[in-house]
Design a protein around this ligand. Structure first.
Ligand code: ZN
Ligand code: ZN
Length: 380
């Protein structure tokens, strides 16, 4: 049975939270250990619960989509997804690597457990790069080019480190076994230690010639330009993972991944808050009094917004669904319009007259047309 959380619940990858909750209720009703006579019901039920827990948490779901099932569950196991995230970004001593890798190495050194595993395929390192996009590109989704220098298998020797057809002889140090065994006396007694042969690096063979292009490393640094698909709705600071675009693996292992940290630039008009957008809209005093319909320019073209009569300056009106699209799922945030009533700095004689009448009609006693200095002069 597949473990994928979307499949567990039987929903599409872009299902909304409502759909997920509905699917969860259906599945839970079917597989609840109290009602199901399937002997595995309890296991199944746990899986359904876990799937729902992850897919209804915005952050966890984003991480799940980004990492894929296996990596996510691994991160989750190592002290929980949140812990893992904190450790990675918080500069922990284990930063940048599998904290258990080191322990493994120590075990190998002492007990010689390594051998075949060490000489087996090793996945390449993950590489990191950064990319800056505009808010509109996050709104629409985009395809961007990133150029980076990254290690690649040397094309002259096909990553072997020596020219094809180079002379090979058996390593005299390990007699072709790739490992050497040493006996050491220690406080604990005799320790038999098996190590990867330092002379041939575990290969068992020594090659007489090295490739001149890579100086025998099998790897060269190359500038590569990659096309990156930016999903609509990506937020500032999120990381995209391009699988298999990292450093090449060793001994037939797969390449690592390329992690791309995305910066979304600020926009002069829109301010983003999660999936919601905020914008200011100036309106005139008569518009605020009588109400009006105004057009708000969005990335999607103009949206009309009804301003009700009697709107106060600073009031917030909302256009549902006109915000940022939600990352990798249906729907969008809202657009919040902050209405600002603009006070005119200059008036035509007709406007002035009308406003004086307005003030008079309201019983207001305004010293119309007189600034501070004029009033000051009068009182002297
Ligand atoms: Zn080479
Ligand atoms: Zn050797």
């Amino acid at each position: 049975m597949s473990e994928d959380f979307y499949e567990v619940l039987g929903v599409d990858r872009d299902a909304s939270e409502d759909e997920i909750n509905r699917a969860f209720r259906q599945q839970a009703a079917k597989h609840h250990p109290d009602v199901s006579d399937d002997p595995d019901a309890e296991e199944t039920f746990k899986r359904i619960q876990k799937a729902k827990e992850v897919l209804t948490d915005e952050d966890k779901r984003a991480a799940y989509d980004q990492l894929g099932h296996d990596r996510f569950t691994q991160a989750d196991k190592h002290g929980g997804f949140d812990e893992g995230r904190r450790a990675r970004s918080g500069g922990s001593p284990f930063d940048g690597g599998d904290p258990f890798g080191n322990v493994g190495d120590i075990f190998e050194q002492f007990f010689g457990g390594g051998g075949p595993r060490r000489n087996g395929p090793v996945q390449g390192r993950d590489l990191r790069t950064a990319l800056t996009i505009e808010l509109e590109e996050s709104y629409r989704g985009a395809t961007k080019q990133v150029t980076l220098r990254r290690p690649q298998a040397c094309s002259s020797c096909d990553g072997a480190g020596h020219p094809p057809g180079a002379n090979v002889r058996r390593c005299p140090e390990c007699d072709g076994r790739g490992q050497v065994t040493r006996i050491q006396q220690s406080a604990l007694g005799r320790i038999q230690q098996t190590q990867t042969c330092p002379r041939c690096d575990g290969e068992g063979d020594l090659v007489e010639e090295t490739c001149s292009a890579c100086r025998g490393e099998g790897i060269v640094q190359e500038r590569s330009t990659l096309s990156v698909d930016i999903p609509a709705g990506i937020r500032d600071g999120q990381t995209l993972r391009m699988e298999r675009e990292g450093a090449p693996g060793e001994r037939g292992g797969p390449p690592g991944d390329l992690l791309i940290e995305v910066t979304v630039e600020e926009h002069p008009d829109f301010e983003r808050d999660g999936d919601d957008l905020h914008i200011r809209q100036p309106i005139s005093f008569p518009q605020a009094v009588f109400g009006d319909t105004v057009e708000i320019e969005t990335f999607d073209g103009p949206h009309s917004l009804d301003i009700p009569g009697g709107t106060q300056s600073g009031e917030m009106l909302t256009i549902d669904g006109a915000g940022m699209p939600r990352l990798r799922r249906r729907g969008a945030g809202d657009l919040h319009v902050h209405v600002q009533v603009v006070t005119p700095r200059r008036l035509s004689p007709e406007e002035r007259e009308a406003l004086e009448k307005f003030a008079e009609a309201g019983g207001e006693n305004v010293n119309v047309g007189q600034g501070f200095f004029e009033r000051l002069r009068e009182s002297l």
